[in-house]
Design a protein around this ligand. Structure first.
Ligand code: GDP
Ligand code: MG
Length: 186
C-alpha cells in the first residue's frame, strides 16, 4: 500500500539585515515578490507545504519558516526562537561583500543556540541572494573557499534571486531533503 509520510520541520532563515530573508520567504510562500516589506522586528513565521519523493518514498512536508530579524539587539531573543530548528538558511547579499564576511558569525550563533557539536549533522545551506544584480564574479569562488577553509565539512552554497525567483524552489527542496535525511525515519 502506498503511503505518504507527513513531516513538519522548523527552518530558520538568518543573515544580516537587508540581505533578502523576508523577500525570499514571502516570494516562496506567496508566489510573488514585493519591493518592500516592513523590516522584520524580532521574528515572524510563514508556512509552506511541499510534496517530495525520495528513494520511492512519498513525503508531504510542512515547512515552518522563521524569519529571524538580523539586528544585533535581538541576539538574546533570537537564541530562543532558533531552538528546535531542524535546519537553517544563512543568507548573504552577493552585491554586498560585508554580508559574506558575517556568515561565520551567523554559523557560530546558530550552532550555539542549537547546541550543535557536529556540524555535519546540521542541515544548513548558505545562500547568496540578489543574483539579479551586478556582482563580482570572483565572489562565488571566494565564498566556497572561505567556507571550506573555516569548516572541515562541505557546507552547500546556492545562489538565488528573491526578486525573480531564480534558484528559489531548488534551495527549499535541497534543505527539505537534508532535513528528511537527518530525521532517520525508516
Ligand atoms: P531582510 O532584511 O533580510 O529581510 O531583507 P528584505 O527582504 O527586507 O530585503 C531588503 C531589500 O532588498 C528590499 O528592498 C528588497 O526589495 C531587496 N531585495 C531582496 N531580495 C532581493 C533580490 O533577490 N534582488 C534584488 N534586486 N533585491 C532584493
Ligand atoms: Mg526582514
Amino acid at each position: 500500500m502506498e503511503m505518504t509520510e507527513k513531516l513538519k520541520f522548523k527552518l530558520c532563515i538568518l543573515g544580516d539585515a537587508s540581505v533578502g530573508k523576508t523577500s525570499l520567504i514571502h516570494h516562496y510562500c506567496e508566489g510573488y515578490f514585493r519591493e518592500s516589506y516592513l523590516s522584520t522586528i524580532g521574528v515572524a513565521f510563514l508556512t509552506k507545504t511541499l510534496d517530495m519523493t525520495i528513494n520511492n518514498r512519498d513525503f508531504n512536508v510542512t515547512l515552518q519558516l522563521w524569519d529571524i530579524g538580523g539586528q544585533s539587539i535581538f541576539q538574546k531573543i533570537r537564541a530562543n526562537y532558533l531552538k528546535g530548528s531542524q535546519g537553517a538558511f544563512i543568507l548573504f547579499d552577493v552585491s554586498n561583500k560585508n554580508t559574506l564576511m558575517h556568515i561565520d558569525d551567523w554559523i557560530v550563533e546558530l550552532t550555539r543556540a542549537l547546541n550543535v557539536k557536529d556540524m555535519s549533522k546540521l542541515p544548513l545551506v548558505v545562500i547568496g541572494n540578489k543574483i539579479d544584480l551586478d556582482f563580482d564574479s570572483r565572489l562565488k569562488k571566494r565564498a566556497a573557499e572561505f567556507l571550506k577553509k573555516q569548516y572541515k565539512i562541505e557546507i552547500p552554497i546556492t545562489y538565488t534571486s528573491a526578486k525573480t525567483g531564480k534558484g528559489m524552489n531548488e534551495v527549499f527542496e535541497l534543505i527539505t531533503k537534508l532535513m528528511i535525511k537527518n530525521t532517520n525515519i525508516r
